[in-house]
Ligand binder design. Structure first.
Ligand SMILES: O=C(CO)[C@H](O)[C@H](O)COP(=O)(O)O
Length: 222
């Protein structure tokens, strides 16, 4: 395992403390989440099942022996555990590097507690160094891209990629995100945008950071 993988695994182990037995668990997507699923498989909590944010996560959860149910049948969701591409001090995030941003935002929005795991390299003062993913309806790809340029970004079509929902993704480079809530609202308002990977209206509640010196847990407003 690489050093960064060790940090992701450490964050995933710490995130396990938030799993509540008897409750459905929301599970995100990505390499940090894959470590978390490994931890789940090892510790085998008594949960009725999981709500998954992607086909890849569903496959891995099922292979580990967990039931995966639709969000509609899970009822109110307790905890959602996921990774992120960037996190600021307010626990606002950029997500969607793995392309699962739409389902991730839906599940995060439905959950009581959103637990986000990152390695220390992902903590930033200002969001936006990581290209901001925007999932769009195919016919709106160019018009949304022009609007994103007007907002100061440089959108690039993610090559050869289609989301689990069947949509392309624009990765927006060099966007100055001084006010994440305003930027999220502005991009969401563009016709044809399915989801923007800014999680400012629904930030994490708990950020677990794997660092060389150990794991740090940061709580929103705490
Ligand atoms: O938002 C995501 C997927 O859509 C991931 O959480 C994000 O890309 C982080 O991935 P990783 O844990 O592999 O670094």
């Amino acid at each position: 395992m690489s050093k960064q993988d060790d940090l992701k695994r450490a964050a995933a182990e710490a995130a396990f403390d938030y799993v509540r037995e008897g409750e459905y668990l929301g599970v995100g997507t990505g390499s940090t989440v894959n470590h978390f699923i490994d931890v789940l498989a090892e510790r085998a909590p008594e949960i009725p099942g999981c709500v998954s944010s992607s086909k890849a996560t569903t496959e891995k959860l099922r292979a580990a022996g967990f039931d995966v149910v639709d969000l509609n049948s899970a009822g109110a969701l307790g905890v959602y555990v996921d990774g992120a591409d960037e996190a600021n001090a307010h626990l606002e995030l950029i997500k969607g590097g793995g392309g699962a941003l739409t389902r991730e935002k839906i599940i995060a929005g439905a959950a009581r507690t959103f637990v986000c795991m990152v390695d220390a390299s992902k903590r930033v003062d200002l969001l936006g160094r990581f290209p901001l993913p925007v999932e769009v309806i195919e016919m709106a790809r160019s018009s949304v891209a022009r609007s994103l340029v007007k907002l100061g970004g440089e959108p690039e079509l993610r090559p050869g990629f289609v989301s689990d929902n069947g949509h392309p993704i624009l990765d927006v480079h060099n966007l100055e995100i001084l006010n994440p809530i305003e930027m999220e609202d502005a991009i969401n308002a563009l016709p044809g945008v399915v989801t923007v990977g800014l999680f400012a209206r629904r930030p994490a509640d708990v950020l677990i950071v794997g660092d060389a010196g150990g794991v740090e847990t940061v709580k929103r407003g705490g």
